[in-house]
Design a protein around this ligand. Structure first.
Ligand code: AMP
Length: 372
């Protein structure tokens, strides 16, 4: 690695996106003596309150991107839908981490599935869908059931349709917007879990303990660690996440979402999707680990070595969504609860306003190891 691509204290990380993830990245960067420059089109971005400099500009504003690139030592992002041209334009001027390949894979469910199966990572059976006829053919194969998802721009259950009956299937391709899609097997899972993995510029990796995730209205509500899975499952999750970050030559933190399936043969994991960024289901690491996912991401993209992913406490992270945030005083009344608020001026239904980490003495033997 060249000295050029390793930041020194006082250098600046550029962050695309100014939401709560960008905000918490900027806070971690500041605690490590690094400056941040956040670029986001929304003038009311939560990250603007805590970063060193910000630019309000569209992601395709080349003039703004030139100035942005000239002011930072490295660029990272807090959301996966960074336009490919923006990433390429910046990458010609300054290192972009994680790199273009991770973005390309994470932005397209078909590319993602091909990559994951090529890397030997178990996923649900899938078929490429470009028409209603494709859908009918695939459904015949899948026993008439499945989840139809747009290849691009789907999140929190948007851009997808559950198909359980012939009535669900009729016209489903058009209802989804007649856009390129994939059909997945309808997985009968026991629960959803996720792993936060990190990889540095030298290829060293670190994985946090598996979290068990509970969603309400398609939005993450809680993440609980330990996840209550077998030692073998925890090990399998970690090795899948490591295979993914290594296979992408990835630099930074990644969220890997999985389904835990239980049957007569025991527990097994299927990867649902990857997020090439810090992840909501990793917020518990802020208070249950020495090095949070945000610190870890900053260290990785700065070209610094990773910190430990070891967990010193058990934790339950609860998202404060919409009016939940009005309960902030009750949270403060609990001495073992750590309140994190994002400084958003407007409360809206479904909007992530903050989260609470409830920490307790660690009782599980599940350990995280840093591997080389
Ligand atoms: P996604 O946008 O892929 O994260 O999916 C949103 C939610 O839909 C997931 O958290 C699951 O609860 C559910 N889901 C997605 N894919 C499947 C699947 N293949 N089988 C069953 N449920 C799914």
């Amino acid at each position: 690695m060249s000295e050029m691509s390793r930041l020194r204290p006082g250098d600046t990380i550029g962050i695309l996106g100014g939401g709560q993830l960008g905000r918490m990245l900027a806070q971690s960067a500041a605690s490590l003596g690094l400056k941040t420059h956040v670029l986001c089109p929304d003038p009311d971005s939560p990250a603007f309150e805590v970063c060193t400099t910000f630019t309000v500009a569209a992601y395709d504003d080349m003039e703004a991107l030139d100035l942005f690139a000239g002011s930072v030592g490295v660029v990272t992002y807090e959301f996966e839908n960074v336009p490919g041209e923006t990433a390429a334009y910046l990458d010609a001027r300054v290192p972009v981490r994680p790199g273009a390949r991770a973005l390309e894979i994470a932005q397209d469910r078909l590319f993602e599935k091909r990559f994951l199966s090529g890397a030997g990572v178990p996923i649900a059976r899938f078929a490429e869908i470009a028409s209603q006829a494709d859908l009918e053919t695939a459904l015949a194969d899948f026993g008439g059931k499945g989840v139809l998802k747009t290849r691009r721009f789907g999140y929190d259950g948007k851009g997808q349709q559950m198909i359980r009956t012939p009535a669900d299937a009729a016209g489903a391709f058009d209802r989804l917007g007649a856009v390129p899609a994939v059909l997945e097997d309808l997985v009968s899972f026991d629960c959803e879990v996720s792993v936060i993995a990190a990889r540095d510029v030298n290829g060293d990796t670190a994985c946090y303990d598996l979290a068990r995730n509970h969603h309400e209205d398609h939005i993450l509500k809680t993440s609980t660690v330990p996840a209550g899975v077998s030692r073998e499952t925890a090990h399998a999750a970690r090795s899948m996440a490591e295979r993914i970050v290594s296979g992408l030559d990835y630099v930074g933190v990644m969220g890997v979402e999985m389904f835990l399936v239980k049957d007569a043969t025991g527990e097994k994991l299927l990867v649902n999707e990857i997020a090439p960024r810090v992840h909501n289901s990793g917020h518990w690491t802020q208070d249950a680990c020495l090095c949070s996912q945000f610190d870890q991401h900053v260290r990785a993209v700065a070209g610094w070595p990773l910190g430990t992913a070891e967990r010193h406490s058990d934790a339950v992270m609860e998202n404060l969504i919409g009016a939940d945030v009005d309960g902030w005083e009750a949270v403060l009344a609990d001495p073992s609860a750590r309140l994190h608020l994002y400084g958003k001026s407007q409360t809206r239904a479904g909007r992530k306003m903050g989260h609470v980490n409830r920490i307790s003495t660690r009782i599980s033997a599940q350990v995280s190891a840093k591997t080389g």
